[in-house]
Design a binder for this molecule. Sequence first.
Ligand SMILES: [Cu+2]
Length: 309
Amino acid sequence: MRRAVTGLGHGTDNAFLVIAGICVILFLLIIGLTAYFVLRYRRSKGEVPEDIHGNALLETAWTILPIFIVLYMFYYGWLGYDARRKAPEGALTVKANGQMWAWSFEYDGAVMSDRLVVPVGRPVRVVLSSSDIIHSLYVPAFRIKQDAVPGLERMVWFTADKTGEYDLFCTEYCGTGHSQMLSKAVVMKEAEFTAWLAGTAAANRPSPGAEERPSGADLFKAKGCSACHTTDGRPLVGPTLKAIFGKKVRVSTAGKEREVEIDEEYLRRSELDPATDVVVGFPPIMPPQKGVLKEEELNALVEYIKGLK
Ligand SMILES: [Cu+2]
């Protein structure tokens, strides 16, 4: 598999190769000997000698040898594990948060992104958290995989050594939208990365004089809405939000079906407490945003959805 990481990534590959190599050797040895004995001592040849009972040397050997083989495998695994426990000083810190069903990445508490953007050749420390249940951040090209656990902070680090775009997955089954929980890890040259960071920070910042208001379109991605709702008419895990404002929709309210018009109040209710009215034909699985979204974020999202034509 394509690798785009220095140091630790080699350790992972080495551990894999060492363990796989030992398995292949053992497999060939055991199957080879079995096949040889089956042929050599087959009954029709009448060459079966008398039964052998006990052989101290042989039994000691096949007990002691495997112990060393297993310890050797453990040693290689330990090397990789130990090196991963502590990120180098001065590593760039990125906060990653998993939620059903999207990743969001935060730089310096200000810049938000739905992709993991990192500079090439610099160690990056990813601090993982989760808003709901266990997710797991997995970037095969970086040879990293670490669970994001609610209530705990977990850490993983790497140094990417090739620019480019790499697949980023959630690898802990986390519900209906799990397979949509995809993103990209983007490795940029240091100068490009600095420009990206500044550009994204400027886009996130309100223009001077304007009141502080996050953009609904950015929130829609950053808060993970886009993992389940499209704006182009396709249904996903949840219904599409294309041109829904003012439309009538059939919902299930406390087990009874009814028709409601999608107005501002409905949009607010559907975000804060989605279980109240569940659109018929979709599962009642959206996580409530009460206490998650700030008032201005909710307003921005409602405005954004209203404007989707
Ligand atoms: Cu997940």
